[in-house]
Design a protein around this ligand. Structure first.
Ligand SMILES: NC(=O)c1ccc[n+]([C@@H]2O[C@H](COP(=O)([O-])OP(=O)(O)OC[C@H]3O[C@@H](n4cnc5c(N)ncnc54)[C@H](OP(=O)(O)O)[C@@H]3O)[C@@H](O)[C@H]2O)c1
Length: 248
């Protein structure tokens, strides 16, 4: 029997992720945007100062990216990456974020946010706290345990570098893992938002696990690929930091 090319050749698959919104165009938001456009994903990106402030970044990103308001970014694509300080939450476009899947990269730095009793007392993780601030959105946590300059250095590394992903909604977590994987990383299911302390600042699975050297020459560190099985070990052995004692 003659088999046509369509039957014998591997089928081209549609890219699993085609569009994402990004709120926050700083260190993390810009790096995620760069990976997204490099992976053929359309990006709408917004910040606090408005689209005109993003001209240089979108010129660099090229035709796959467009600068918009934060509200427009919130509504775009499969999910919205939220890369803003915790203190910015009250100024976010809440209506536009209603019902949306949010991949939050945020951490709690008291020097920046001021002290937050619910976090200092360990009654909640940062991700749970964010979820409480945006109760009508679905928060998934990722990209918070890697320093920004390691993101492009370790994306598509050999072996693949894994990032933890935590969330309470299985489907939201699955969709978020798909996005993180499309951006060039493996993922490890790090459990629920309550368990996400395992990769918060000062925990055993925070940014240090991706350093080739130490923190001394921080910005020159080239990063070291971290496969999923090693990340699982770091997560399993992690300790809950004493957040109230945090001095940064
Ligand atoms: N930098 C890192 O290496 C790193 C690593 C892991 C996790 N994180 C965490 O990820 C989050 C983002 O960090 P980052 O370093 O990317 O911060 P960043 O460089 O300071 O950038 C913050 C971005 O948030 C935007 N923003 C602030 N308020 C906003 C609002 N109301 N609406 C829309 N956009 C708003 C800012 O807009 P403008 O540009 O208009 O000011 C800016 O683009 C933080 O929680 C940080 O702790 C950072």
């Amino acid at each position: 029997m003659r088999r046509g090319p369509a039957a014998s050749a591997p089928q081209a698959k549609d890219p699993p992720v085609t569009k994402i919104g990004i709120i926050g165009s700083g260190a993390i938001g810009a790096e995620v945007a760069r990976l997204a456009v490099a992976g053929g994903i359309d990006v709408l990106i917004g910040n606090s100062r408005g689209p005109e402030s993003l001209k240089e970044l979108v010129d660099e990103l090229g035709p796959k990216a467009k600068a918009v308001t934060a509200a427009e970014a919130a509504q775009f694509g499969d999910l919205v990456v939220l890369a803003v300080p915790l203190g910015a939450y009250e100024a976010l476009p809440l209506e536009a974020l209603r019902g949306r899947l949010i991949l939050s990269t945020g951490n709690y730095y008291p020097f920046r946010e001021g002290r937050i009793e619910a976090l200092d007392s360990l009654s909640t993780t940062t991700a749970e706290y964010e979820q409480s601030l945006l109760p009508e959105s679905t928060i998934v946590k990722a990209f918070n345990n890697i320093v920004a300059h390691h993101i492009p250095l370790l994306a598509h590394s050999t072996p693949r570098t894994a990032l933890p992903v935590a969330g309470d909604d299985d489907e939201a977590k699955r969709a978020s893992r798909e996005v993180v994987e499309a951006l060039g990383f493996d993922t490890v299911d790090a459990g629920s938002l309550a368990e996400s302390w395992r990769f918060e600042p000062e925990s055993g699975a925070y940014t240090g696990i991706y350093f080739a050297g130490g923190y001394e020459d921080y910005l020159k560190d080239p990063g070291a690929p971290l496969p999923a099985d090693r990340l699982r070990e770091f997560l399993a052995a992690s300790h809950r930091p004493d957040v109230a004692a945090r001095e940064f």
